[in-house]
Ligand binder design. Structure first.
Ligand code: PMP
Length: 398
């Protein structure tokens, strides 16, 4: 018998399944709002100018592709650390943080999860309800029990903050709490500054381990504004994990550029942490690839290119906000009895639109408009050409 005789078919990835159905749809006016990718107003994934310019510089230098250090390109790790914590932050100055280049945000989460399983094996992991669909699977595959803390409140289309806070207050010491640093995926609902104050206080007083996932820095209110939560956590002086990704902010999805930063309580502790993190990396994939890290390091650390990147990222952020506003005002016209104002308050690429599974099904079957069954739509997939068709269709299924 084959050694694979007992291998079951794994369930299909629900979101990739939407794209498969979309690709097979012959309607020329089809729209895919199920994706997690930024499209420009022409419906294309952009190749950023800052990336083209960084690549041109790198081509010019034409350096050989030797192995990178286990923790990645030093210039990249430094640039990421300064971006995430601030170049003049106490953490960077006191060398309390270690940063390792990782294979996207996913790779960063996986490194953090594997590291934690070695040094906090008894801890359990808590993720928001709902969360990015890979959080649970990723921490479970690292060997953790994964629980949900209350997060989204469908009644207010905002955060069930009382529920979240009381869950945090009941978690055992040493619990690992995964928090979306900005632009919550999938809901788009973020905490207010005051709510973060309470969360930071409870996490630090109760000795929980915060794991901040920041996949959308710059898509909410700005690069620094979105990074504020990480910096506020850092000011507590406690240990923390930060995974960040440039997939979206540099439109470099396929290059797999992200990083894991671990903040320790002293430089000496940080050095020990890095030595162990390197073992995790070494036994997973040895060292990261060169190209994406070089592109991002060049763009972040060359002032002219940095400016180009910041402007391009601002352009993406502003376009998404404009689409939010357009969606709301057009829906006000077409479906005046429904209130969609919450869409403007949401941050990042996504919106929990409040559409039901049945309504999402009708959008797909009758209008070739694809969204996630939960009602999540990617606002970054709307553009000036498809928005009217989307609004008309939503008005019809409401
Ligand atoms: N965390 C969250 C919340 C995400 O939404 C994503 C990706 N969409 C990731 C992590 C993973 O990022 P990457 O694609 O860089 O692996």
């Amino acid at each position: 018998a084959s050694p694979f005789a007992a291998v079951d078919m794994a369930p299909r990835d629900p979101i990739l399944g939407i794209t498969e159905a979309f690709n097979a749809d012959k309607n020329p006016n089809k729209v895919n709002l199920g994706v997690g990718v930024y499209y420009d107003d022409n419906g294309k994934v952009p190749l950023l100018e800052c990336v083209k310019k960084s690549e041109a510089q790198l081509m010019e230098k034409a350096t050989p592709r030797t192995y990178l250090p286990i923790e990645g390109l030093a210039a990249y790790d430094k640039a990421v650390q300064e971006l995430v914590f601030g170049a003049d932050s106490a953490i960077v100055q006191e060398k309390r943080a270690v940063t390792a280049q990782a294979l996207g945000g996913t790779g960063a989460l996986k490194l953090g999860a594997d590291f934690l399983k070695r040094f906090a094996p008894e801890s359990q992991v808590w993720i928001s309800d709902p969360s990015w669909e890979n959080h649970r699977a990723l921490f479970e595959s690292a060997g953790f029990k994964v629980n949900n803390y209350p997060y989204y409140d469908p009644a207010t289309r905002g955060v069930n903050f009382a529920g979240m806070l009381s869950a945090l207050k009941e978690m055992p010491k040493g619990s690992i709490v995964v928090l979306h640093a900005c632009c919550h995926n999938p809901t788009g609902a973020d905490l207010t500054d005051d709510q973060w104050t309470d969360v930071i206080k409870v996490v630090s007083e109760r000795g929980l381990i915060p794991f901040l996932d920041m996949a959308y820095q710059g898509f909410g209110d700005g690069i620094d504004e979105d990074g504020k939560v990480v910096r506020r956590f850092a000011e507590t002086g406690g240990a923390m994990f930060v995974s960040n990704s440039f997939s979206k902010s540099f439109s470099l999805y396929g290059e797999r550029v992200g990083a894991l930063s671990i903040v320790a309580t002293s430089a000496e502790e940080a050095a020990r942490v890095l030595s162990q993190l390197k073992r995790v990396i070494r036994t997973n994939y040895s060292n990261p690839p060169t190209h994406g890290g070089q592109v991002v390091a060049t763009a972040l650390s060359t002032p002219e290119l940095r400016k180009v990147w910041e402007d391009e990222l601002a352009g993406m952020r502003v376009r998404i906000r404009e689409m939010r506003k357009a969606l709301v005002s057009k829906l006000k016209e077409k479906a005046p009895s429904h209130d969609f104002d919450f869409v403007i308050k949401q941050r990042g690429m996504f919106s929990y639109s409040g559409l039901t599974k049945e309504q999402v099904g009708r959008l797909r079957d009758e209008f070739s408009i694809y969204a996630v069954d939960t009602g999540r739509i990617c606002v970054a997939a709307l553009n000036s050409r498809n928005i009217d068709a989307v609004v008309d269709a939503i008005a019809k299924v409401l």
